[in-house]
Design a binder for this molecule. Structure first.
Ligand code: ZN
Length: 423
């Protein structure tokens, strides 16, 4: 439930409506979309028509409104005071096949139903009736039930294959990509350490080094308690304030993009409002943002890697604005779900072989002499130190061997040593 300072919010935002002197001009409000918050439901209500009923010389204004494809009547006072329970309840949950079933209103949700379109049409997007979803990315069936309403709101079933990035984060990412600006996602730095004495760095959603700018995407938990980090609203805002100060103290600007809702309309408006003054957004393909926001980044990266294996890891990582470690992590995870054929064991072995070969190349073999008589050769001084007790009955020390080799010392425990390059 949306609470600010402990108060539940139920509000219809009427600022957008036309006015006649001080009052709202309801007659000319027909066709407007009005944003509302009702507990944990947020959305837009369309005003379809306005009419007046006269009874006993009193007249009352009414509105015909549309919400989620269902049309209802409401008197204007109730609408202004956000007494919307009947509308929310009725509109959000009532199913009229062919009118507000999921395949009609939200075809993107169909792929989460095991029974496809036939199962999906048994639900409206506001339904609280739960079902067992199938992950469209990895094909696994979730053991936990979910309601269409939760899926609609979060755009996620929380599958293990998820990239852990929210819809709003990915929406903003697509905008930045289209603008062709350089950015780092989940940026960490030394100057972001130290909040409440913590040794861990706080993370910035997007750091744009060439613009001296930080963009933070403020999800719903900035207004309600955050289950994951167990932070209260107050704690989240305290941490945000601290972060903002650190950012400014380091000569950067910060813009916070509200992301209360994981929807196309909300995010588009939010980005235009907050970033419109800084960037030229006229060429942004907003539908592409939506498309990217619905995609699993890990899967994208794996598929790209699979068809571009000739490229260096760093090149691929740069292309997706991630670091090489993250890329490796993604490929490992993607190989489990068959998105790519990155073989973890092969990769480790090839790394190890390279490491051993490098070491061999770097290390020099060492010959041991006593009284100028050659005794034995070792692949490295390390090997000599390990085996000398068995071979000669004395323990050599690395530093002393080195001293003899470079002429600082004549002998070590009666022995002398010479280095030579291995082949
Ligand atoms: Zn999955």
């Amino acid at each position: 439930m949306l609470k600010v300072g402990g108060v539940i919010i139920r509000k219809v935002f009427l600022d957008c409506l036309p006015r006649k002197v001080k009052h709202i001009d309801w007659k000319n409000s027909v066709g407007y979309d009005v944003y509302f918050v009702y507990d944990d439901v947020v959305g837009y209500i369309k005003i379809i028509s306005h009419y007046v009923i006269r009874k006993n010389s009193k007249s009352r204004g009414f509105l015909k409104i549309e919400y989620q494809n269902i049309i209802s009547d409401i008197c204007i006072e109730n609408f202004s005071d956000a007494r919307l329970s009947s509308i929310i309840g009725k509109c959000a949950r009532k199913l009229i096949e062919g009118i507000n079933d999921i395949p009609i209103t939200d075809p993107w949700m169909v792929k989460y139903f095991q029974g496809g379109i036939d199962e999906a049409k048994l639900y409206s997007r506001g339904s609280h009736k739960k079902f067992f979803p199938i992950c469209p990315d990895c094909g696994s069936i979730k053991e936990l039930e979910i309601s269409p309403y939760t899926l609609y709101r979060t755009k996620s079933i929380g599958c293990v294959c998820s990239d852990g990035r929210s819809y709003p984060e990915k929406f903003v990412m697509s905008v930045l990509k289209q603008l062709n600006v350089k950015y780092n996602f989940e940026y960490k730095a030394d100057w972001l350490k130290g909040y409440k004495g913590s040794n861990k760095s706080a993370r910035l959603d997007y750091y744009l080094p060439n613009n001296n700018l930080v963009i933070e995407v403020d999800g719903g938990f900035h207004k309600k308690p955050h289950a994951q980090s167990r932070l209260t609203v107050k704690e989240v805002s305290k941490k945000d304030e601290w972060k903002d100060k650190q950012i400014r103290d380091n000569g950067l600007n910060v813009i916070r993009v509200p992301a209360d809702e994981s929807t196309y309309k909300y995010m588009k408006d939010s980005v235009i409002e907050r970033l419109g003054d800084i960037f030229d957004l006229t060429n942004i393909d907003w539908r592409k943002c939506e498309e990217q926001a619905m995609k699993n980044v890990i899967k994208e990266v794996c598929i790209y890697y699979e068809s571009n294996k000739h490229l260096k890891r760093l090149e691929i990582a740069n292309m997706f604005n991630i670091c090489v470690n993250t890329l490796r992590e993604y490929l490992k995870r993607g190989s489990v779900t068959d998105w790519c054929s990155y073989n973890v064991v092969d990769s480790i072995n090839s790394n190890r072989e390279r490491f051993v070969a490098d070491n061999k190349r770097r290390s020099k073999s060492v010959d041991v002499y006593k009284d100028d008589v050659f005794l034995k050769s070792y692949i490295s001084t390390a090997e000599l130190v390990n085996k000398c007790l068995v071979d000669f009955g004395v323990q050599f020390h690395q530093a002393n061997i080195s001293s003899v080799v470079c002429g600082k010392r004549r002998q070590h425990k009666g022995y002398t040593f010479k280095l030579k390059h291995a082949n």
